[in-house]
Design a protein around this ligand. Structure first.
Ligand SMILES: Nc1nc2c(c(=O)[nH]1)N[C@H]1C(S)=C(S)[C@@H](COP(=O)(O)O)O[C@H]1N2
Ligand SMILES: [Mo]
Length: 421
């Protein structure tokens, strides 16, 4: 068998480019799916797999960069006279390295200081916001039929009724013939249109993201990492904050909550809202809003960590310690687990009785002195500061004491039952 020839420089570059394009395309789609709230529910267990795949394929970028390393000098030299292409190359390299490094921090965040993950997430997101539209544009602008209009002309002519001989002069005329008088060539026109369409599609959500991120970096004056838009819940009367809560003894939350839900966002009204504790207890409890507000509350300051890498620091929460609710209900000896039901009708989670007795587990009603906004689980959410936030059931409506273990929503989809931070 003949020995295979080492591919030439140009071929090597082309191969790397092709692999890179496919990898980035896959990472873009999987990354968008992973970060898209609505997909969290229907991806189910697939989400955990998709995330693993996203990570491992993302690490392959490192291999491509290593393979590219030795070619880079010559490549740059080749592009000396083409500043646009050099600029493109530099930008893409910065993107890849940035995505890779921030991705590694997000992947290994459990072994790193928690604040790193917030920074990495910011970088990963920012690069995606800027880089992805650019790469989409880049790929559209380089589609073969746009780069070589004569190829397209062939197709058009072939389709036309009058068959033409291949290679005839007409075929070699770019289609449509470049008109020196036209203020913009067809190619330019398509590029501008594509660019404008991409910008129009991305810009509004990008601006929203920027504003949210900006707000989250500035220390809170408006009620911390939660949105200050009007609350769709109608809970009257509003809970009166205790002094520690009104004074926001934590100093205001730092960081921003991402709104997560596995259903459409529910909404609640004090007329119909209820809260219950039942199951293996001596004294089942059932409250409407007004009665619920009579329960004695306390204030705590704690951090909130999502297992996907973001955190919100020193939240001032006010609510009823779960321990206090359990004590009042009288837990029966056969009870072993505490099951939490969300008022969204879907989401549940559990703690062992022992975990549920931790002093900082709270049925929270206020955050930084304000009622908890609907988007963040209001009027009432659980918080379990020592565990990842998937234990912190939003729109908490019912607590049941049970004997047999129950597997919560995310635990059914691959998350650990014990979610210690
Ligand atoms: N009902 C309900 N509770 C939930 C979730 C959810 O999707 N539905 N997501 C959990 C996860 S994974 C996190 S990180 C936090 C997010 O809280 P936030 O949406 O207020 O930021 O809520 C937790 N509680
Ligand atoms: Mo989470």
């Amino acid at each position: 068998m003949a020995e295979r020839k080492k591919p030439g420089f140009g071929r090597q570059l082309a191969e790397l480019h092709r692999w890179n394009a496919w990898l980035v395309a896959f990472l873009a789609v999987s990354g968008l799916l992973l970060s898209w709230g609505a997909a969290r529910g229907w991806l189910g267990e697939g989400r955990v797999w998709l995330k693993q795949l996203h990570i491992y394929l993302g690490l392959l970028i490192a291999i491509l960069l290593v393979l590219y390393g030795p070619l880079m000098k010559r490549h740059l030299k080749q592009l000396r006279a083409r500043p646009r292409q050099r600029g493109n190359l530099t930008f893409v390299l910065v993107l890849l390295v940035g995505w890779l490094l921030s991705g590694i921090v997000l992947w290994q965040f459990r072994h790193l200081p928690p604040r790193w993950a917030n920074g990495a997430l910011l970088v990963h997101d920012l690069l995606t916001w800027i880089g992805l539209p650019y790469l989409v544009y880049h790929s559209v602008a380089r589609l073969r039929w746009m780069r070589q209009p004569e190829k397209r002309a062939v197709r058009v002519l072939e389709e036309s009724a009058e068959p033409m001989e291949k290679g005839s002069a007409a075929l070699r005329v770019p289609y449509p013939a470049a008109d020196p008088q036209a203020w913009m060539s067809r190619k330019q026109f398509i590029r501008w249109t594509a660019g404008a369409a991409i910008a129009a599609a991305v810009l509004p959500s990008f601006l929203r993201w920027t504003k949210g991120t900006w707000d989250s970096l500035a220390p809170s004056t408006t009620g911390g990492g939660m949105s200050d838009k009007a609350d769709p819940n109608r809970m009257l009367p509003a809970p009166e904050p205790l002094p520690d809560s009104a004074n926001v003894i934590g100093g205001g939350a730092e960081g921003r909550f991402r709104v997560y839900t596995v259903t459409a966002l529910p909404r609640f009204d004090s007329g119909s809202w209820t809260f219950a504790i039942d199951g293996l207890v001596d004294q089942p409890g059932h409250w409407n809003w007004e009665a619920f507000l009579q329960l004695e509350r306390t204030v705590q300051v704690s951090d909130f960590h999502c297992v996907t890498g973001w955190s919100v620091y020193h939240n001032t929460w006010e609510g009823i310690p779960l321990r206090q609710l359990l004590a009042a209900a009288g837990v029966k000896p056969e009870a072993r687990y505490v099951k939490f039901y969300s008022g969204d009708g879907e989401y549940t989670d559990t703690l062992s009785l022992e975990q549920a007795q931790m002093e900082d587990v709270m049925v929270a009603v206020l955050h930084d002195g304000k009622p908890i906004h609907r988007d963040y689980g209001g009027p009432v959410r659980l918080i379990v500061p020592k565990m990842y936030a998937y234990k912190s059931v939003k729109w908490l409506a019912r607590i049941e004491l049970i004997e047999k273990p129950h597997t919560g929503f995310w635990e059914q989809r691959g998350y650990d039952n014990d979610a210690w931070v």
